[in-house]
Ligand binder design. Sequence first.
Ligand code: BTN
Length: 309
Amino acid sequence: MNETRRAILEAIADGPVSGPDLAESLEVSRAAVWKHVDELRDAGFDIDSGPAGYELVGVPEFGGEAVEYGLEAPFSVEYHDAIGSTNSRARELAVDGAEDVVVLADEQTGGRGRLEREWAAPSGGVWLSVVDRPAIAPSRAPLYTLAISVATATAAREAGVDARIKWPNDVVVPVGEEGDYRKLSGILTEMEGETDRVEWIVVGPGINANIDVDALPEGATSIREEAGDVDRRRFVQRLLEEFDNLRTDLESVVPAWRDLALTLGQRVRVDRPSGEVVGDAVDITETGALVLETDDGERVTVSAGDCEH
Ligand code: BTN
């Protein structure tokens, strides 16, 4: 968000401030103050103008500036009511050199899942993609995906959902005691880099937020279904704040993931590029690979694949 607009919002949040006082304290012209107030109103901020000046009386429910206002993390947000895929748009921005930009949409018309699958993304969800340029080796990139799944699960838990993580990065809600689950969120990670350096990474979580389960594929659930509608503005802010904390302290990601894992202790089947493996999930490594113990007592480490339990 433009710095002057942010400063105006902060100044008028606790009571009315006159246009001339705003202009003086922000060292801009009165005309600039009017222009910014107009633009903020266009973005959905409810700003009263009474005899004592401007006062902020309402923040828009959802949108780019709504998420940026009060966000305690250094992201700018590009919002779309509808877009093909936030990941595709984020890739374009990444190629153009963007960093710490979030593409956010209410609806996707061509949502993309892992392994070239389609991803249903009707209006009411939280569909977003974060562009980052971390100074890490590609081998540590999976930690970014684990970090966004931890951040997603944490925000969902704060919204009242019993969210857990299925390896590597699906956020799910357990059903019964046997390790069964319904899927709340999936993540598509895409990156570009060389052998020793990530150039850019796009992490794209899709969260079934305020959506009826009838509009979702079988086996999916939503925040609406589990806990009632969530304030999506606050949800996205919490997700981004948690993600920012984790990415700046990558050592904290795996312990946080372990605390939320549904997979550990389960009997699992992992479909790897090199073939299927079945066993008990006993741990994850410091780079996020799953450790299985097979029936003949062998320990197998799996770094990628589709996991079922
Ligand atoms: C999966 O297959 O489980 C991953 C689904 C990822 C969907 C999200 S929605 C936001 C972002 N944009 C996309 O097109 N895909 C991801």
